[in-house]
Design a protein around this ligand. Structure first.
Ligand SMILES: NC(=O)c1ccc[n+]([C@@H]2O[C@H](COP(=O)([O-])OP(=O)(O)OC[C@H]3O[C@@H](n4cnc5c(N)ncnc54)[C@H](OP(=O)(O)O)[C@@H]3O)[C@@H](O)[C@H]2O)c1
Length: 227
């Protein structure tokens, strides 16, 4: 069932934009985790959007698989343009040499009570660690904390598992997708939104198309989420 954000009104959490690049068949990575999908023009769009946002969030699998920097570096920028990096990492699995822990931007690691103290203490030397939730990170509580920290606009950069959790909790305001003219297939390849999914179409997250345009070979679609 869709959990609507009855507890958090718009003003108590950041405005969240889910952004991703996918193939025409909805894959955000191949079955072997290759995720180079966007063209150069789209990467510039993504970095402009990062610059507009106060925070940028990903799930721990994306950190482990892609080791992203999550900074603004494809366009002219200064260190203060970098958004705060936020990682949803219940068990504190973030590798200590992950690039999200470099000194290019501040980082928040949200863990749950499942995280081992010893690793949490190590992460605390490199990032702000928030303990939220018993099993998995409590995303509603995380949004509230981020808002308190001054993060008003948050970019959600995947992956598919975190995308589902954020959407199903009613925490996403916009979805922006770059559709690349490629088909990669593979039932085990990650799609834009995975997670447990809904059983019935009438439970689906409803969207309203706001804008569409081409960027090089890619098609950009921008939707508002209707709750
Ligand atoms: N093309 C694109 O635009 C794009 C963008 C980003 C990522 N990707 C691709 O996406 C793939 C990774 O996606 P993924 O679905 O495997 O992983 P993910 O969404 O990056 O991370 C999922 C993990 O986040 C942790 N998490 C903590 N709290 C959570 C919560 N409340 N709800 C959900 N997850 C929570 C969970 O691990 P714990 O239980 O251990 O905490 C969960 O398994 C990679 O191949 C990457 O390349 C593509």
């Amino acid at each position: 069932m869709l959990e609507k954000f009855l507890i958090l009104g718009d003003h108590l959490r950041p405005y969240v934009i889910l952004n991703a690049a996918m193939t025409l068949d909805g894959k955000i990575a191949t079955k072997t985790y290759d995720s180079k999908i966007s063209g150069e023009e789209d990467l510039i769009r993504v970095h402009k959007l990062r610059k507009e946002c106060d925070g940028i969030m990903v799930g721990i699998n994306t950190v482990i698989i892609d080791d992203p920097r999550l900074t603004v570096h494809k366009i002219n920028s200064k260190p203060s343009d970098n958004p705060v990096r936020v990682i949803a990492d219940s068990r504190a699995r973030t590798p200590l040499n992950a690039r999200v822990l470099n000194n290019e931007a501040p980082t928040v690691i949200a863990v749950s009570e499942k995280a081992k103290n010893e690793k949490v203490e190590k992460l605390k030397k490199r990032a702000k660690v928030l303990v939220l939730g018993k099993e998995r990170v409590d995303l509603v509580a995380l949004m509230e904390k981020l808002k308190d920290m001054g993060i008003n606009k948050l970019m959600l950069e995947g992956g598919s598992t975190l995308n589902f959790s954020m959407l199903s909790k009613g925490l996403v305001d916009e979805v922006r997708v770059c559709v690349a003219p490629m088909i990669v297939g593979g039932k085990d390849a990650k799609t834009l939104v995975d997670g447990p999914g809904f059983e019935k179409m009438d439970e689906a997250i409803k969207l309203k198309l706001k804008k569409y345009y081409t960027l090089g070979k890619d098609l950009i679609l921008e939707y508002k989420v209707i709750y």
